[in-house]
Design a protein around this ligand. Sequence first.
Ligand code: PHE
Length: 336
Amino acid sequence: MHPLEELRDAALREIDSAADEQALDAARVKYLGRSGSISAWSDKMKSLTKDEKPVVGKLLNEARTSVTAAIEHRAEQLRSAKETADLANIDVTLPGTPHEIGTLHPLTQMLERSVSIFRRMGFAIADGPDVEDEWHCFDALNTPADHPARNEQDTFYLPDGRLLRSHTSTVQIRTMQSQPPPIRVIAPGAAYRRDEVDATHAAQFHQIEGLYVDENVSVADLKGTIEFFLHELLGAETEIRFRPHYFPFTEPSFEFDVRSSAIKSGKWLELAGCGMVHPAVFEEVNRARGDQAYDPAKWTGFAFGLGMDRLAMILFDIPDIRFFAQNDLRFLRQFA
Ligand code: PHE
């Protein structure tokens, strides 16, 4: 055996039996380091004869390659052994870090409860943007240019002429634009008005808009739908009072109030505006659609806009509407 081969075998034995990283590194330095014993053979090459040179050169290469590979192999073995040992030290019975579980916002709870009642009556969910154009918010809803609701004192206008929707009735229009009758949708969402902010008025509030369009829909259907909803939400003994009112986009129009044992004060609570969809709204939708899908001679419908904030305040006994948007955990955690 050539001395280089003996050297290589000695190196391989030492590497295989290296007990840890330090021992392995020592072996690497001893054989392959700059002044290691295998490296020393490179220096010897110069002094060899022409015949010896290729033989030793080949052995030298071979020794380097196999020793390097052996070092890598052993290093990997040591690494995985260490990993297994580390894992064995983990106590899987120790308690973990608990996750903080949030709670649903009281308004979200209110909306979800309401939405699930309407879903049982076959209403689907519709949606529209909070940033709207004047046409969807007013013109298409038969609201003339000089109507006070359009005033800058009441509505938030953006510099480009768009606005923050002042009611969710915009979704009535968007829904009728995108699908033909019959329609049975509710649209829960935020609306915005430039009210003087106090305990019962916020610049942002929440509504559930409803729209029902079919043949032969009457005020009786509107009342029946609202009654079913309120009896489910507040209990069967809840009283409901419809009062005549005015909205440009419904005719006739009403507001309704509720009185219920679920409402501590025992007072009537004004809850919503509603009415039968005004034929002028159907006409304007037809004009925008470019068809006669909503022929007012054939279709009738009702719409309503339920205020959610005051209802949530009363049911959850919340004294100030501003709490809803203050993100105070001491407030929010009470509704778990
Ligand atoms: N959009 C009206 C409001 O916010 C409520 C309403 C909705 C009235 C639908 C009639 C029909 O006051």
